[in-house]
Design a binder for this molecule. Structure first.
Ligand code: KG4
Ligand code: ZN
Length: 349
């Protein structure tokens, strides 16, 4: 059931919010009534595949092409007329500036023409608050909780005290966890994005066969560049001895590397749980699709006797529904953006 807004004990209907996400290479639009998703449309950009990574200029152009049809589909699927919308939420950052500008300019113009409020949303907070999208099969985390956010651009451990009150207690000092997967996959010639391929090939491989460097970082911080370099050097050394090393050991290489990354991520979360009085932990971002990470994340929660939360797959990777749920919380606080707001490639909270 949708949450209701109450005003002087009078029940009023939950707000209808259109949300736009365009921070990287997915153009997405969603319509939410309160915390209930009525539609969530995502247009992926296949154009980057041949380049082995996202090409920013091509991404902006694809967003420009996709944005109107994606919004039209989201409104049609939700069976909502644009005149019924109460607010428009959009991704303010972080992300690729050219991509953010497309979604931001569209959201501003649309909100202005409809004379409704505009809500600016932090993409990283949205990954976390995706846990609060109404879902009959999952309960939302209880406050305070810790969230491990692992995506292609970010790796963070965040302490969430209230929906809009959160603090980053650990972060990567160089690459993100998703990049560590993708760069290794590129070296192995597995295509882009490589995370899902490593996950698939790791099944059936020997996870303890090869060892990689363990970075030394402060408290709950991460570093992935040294792991990536040790992965590369190990392969180069083995290939000198046996040029067929990769093809003969592919499954074991993927299993060992994945196991190393997952162990490293969870070792930091383990320490963070011990240092904070939380009853719940949550996982967010595209890498939370990783099967080993999901399993061991649940085991870690069991070890501490606390609850684990992983959102529906659709809400783990980039999507506008997660922007819409933050929009909903901000709407309740009447936290609206000024129309002079500009997207930001970097945004810290
Ligand atoms: O959150 P996301 O969709 O986009 C960003 O905001 O970055 O995350 C994308 C990242 C990519 O690096 C991709 O390789 C990784 O998530 N990923 C995975 C898996 N599925 C997606 N990494 C490991 N195992 C997976 N199954
Ligand atoms: Zn993301």
């Amino acid at each position: 059931m949708s949450a209701k807004v109450t005003n002087n004990n009078t029940e009023v209907r939950s707000p209808l919010i259109l949300a736009i996400e365009s921070s990287c290479d997915d153009t997405s639009a969603a319509v939410l009534r309160g915390n209930v998703v009525l539609s969530n449309i995502v247009a992926n950009q296949d154009v980057h595949r041949q380049f082995g990574g996202v090409v920013p200029e091509l991404a902006s152009r694809e967003h420009q092409k996709n944005i109107v049809p994606v919004v039209e589909r989201a409104l049609a699927k939700a069976k909502i007329a644009k005149e019924d919308l109460d607010a428009i939420a959009f991704t303010e950052g972080p992300g690729l500036l050219g991509s953010l500008l497309v979604g931001g300019s569209f959201a501003k113009t649309f909100a202005l023409s409809l004379r409704i409020p505009l809500i600016a949303v932090d993409h990283m907070k949205a990954h976390i608050l995706a846990h609060f999208i109404e879902d009959e099969e999952r309960s939302a985390p209880e406050f305070p909780f810790l969230c491990l956010t692992v995506s292609g651009g970010h790796t963070q451990i965040v302490l969430i005290e209230e929906p809009l009150k959160m603090k980053v207690i650990g972060k990567t000092i160089d690459d993100a966890a998703g990049e560590a997967f993708d760069k290794a996959a590129k070296i192995l010639n597995l295509g882009y994005p490589g995370g899902p391929m490593i996950d698939k090939l790791a099944k059936g491989g020997d996870a303890s066969k090869f060892k990689y460097a363990i970075p030394k970082t402060e408290k709950f911080d991460f570093s992935f560049s040294g792991i990536k370099t040790s992965f590369l050097y190990h392969l180069q050394k083995e290939m000198k001895k046996n040029p067929e090393f990769i093809s003969e050991n592919l499954s074991d290489i993927c299993a060992s590397y994945q196991n190393h990354l997952v162990s490293y991520l969870l070792s930091k979360l383990d320490k963070a749980i011990s240092a904070h009085n939380v009853k719940d932990i949550a996982l967010a971002g595209g890498v939370s699709a990783n099967s080993q990470l999901r399993n061991r994340f649940r085991q870690l929660a069991n070890k501490h006797g606390i609850q684990s939360h992983i959102p529906m797959f659709e809400y783990c990777t980039d999507n506008a529904a997660m922007i819409g749920i933050v929009g909903y919380f901000k709407y309740l606080n009447a936290d609206f953006a000024d129309f002079s707001v500009t997207p930001k490639a970097r945004l810290h909270f």
